[in-house]
Design a protein around this ligand. Sequence first.
Ligand code: ATP
Length: 290
Amino acid sequence: MEKKINLLAPAKINAFLEIMGRRSDGYHDLKTLFIPVSLYDKIELDLISDGIKVFCSDEDAPSDENNLAAKAARLFFERTGIESGLEIRIEKNIPVAAGLGGGSSDAAAVLKGLNSYFGAPFGIRELCSMGLGLGADVPFFIHSVPSYAEGIGEILAPVEKMVPYEVLIVNPGVPLSTAEVYKNLNLGLTKCKKENKYPALNQGLCDIKEILCNDLEISAMSLCPVIEEIKAYITGQDADGVLMSGSGPSVFGLFSDADKAKKAAGIIKANTKWWACQVEMILGPYGFAA
Ligand code: ATP
């Protein structure tokens, strides 16, 4: 039996992110629209006799048992009782602590990859509840299709009809801690309209460029002012809409025209020190393996 497993872990953007309130356990209830995009971490798993080893290409992410991919593997082996070790090699293409969900996606990819390799001992619901213990975004990445989310992000409904856009993602190259952004959040300054957008979204009656809003932007911008500059720069490239993703600091622009998105990425790479990448929305289910 082949002992190597190759996986792709996509990034996500949030087309809206509304904070509904703070819960007694410290988490925040939210409503968000997650969209997976075609920017991938590449993960290679190699079954070894014992121990979990991590080799991660980005030194901003841990290369030890604290890596979420390692935590996912340990959880899988504990829950199944399978006695195995694992070598995890991560080619990190998703910027770290960037609001793009890279760590959660790596964890979800490992859970799905091991589950599939070992004959699917868990169904998708069980994988989601295991994943939720690792991070609030992990259940979304288990499904990896555009999803409307409530709760802390774990109550998910797929959004099947969506106007696709080319997406330009820009990151200033400074990490921003999600915990700090929530700590700095003033709930009186959240401004998204909290109406239920799911029915219109799911019937394809809602163009996401009309509903772009992120309640974490004000907090993130006060900690990392360059976010505002990036938003203005992408807007100046004739984007159809611009928003910060998740807790930032990455910002994305939506373009209905692929050439315009490509041109904007080129201009940003040539004229700024920011990281920029043109990607597509992943609208359908994709395979677990690369
Ligand atoms: P979140 O909003 O879930 O915090 P994010 O996209 O802003 O996500 P991540 O790139 O997932 O940020 O990183 C969040 C933290 O998780 C960082 O402090 C990072 O060191 C840690 N981490 C652990 N494992 C990983 C991993 N495999 N990839 C990226 N970061 C990881």
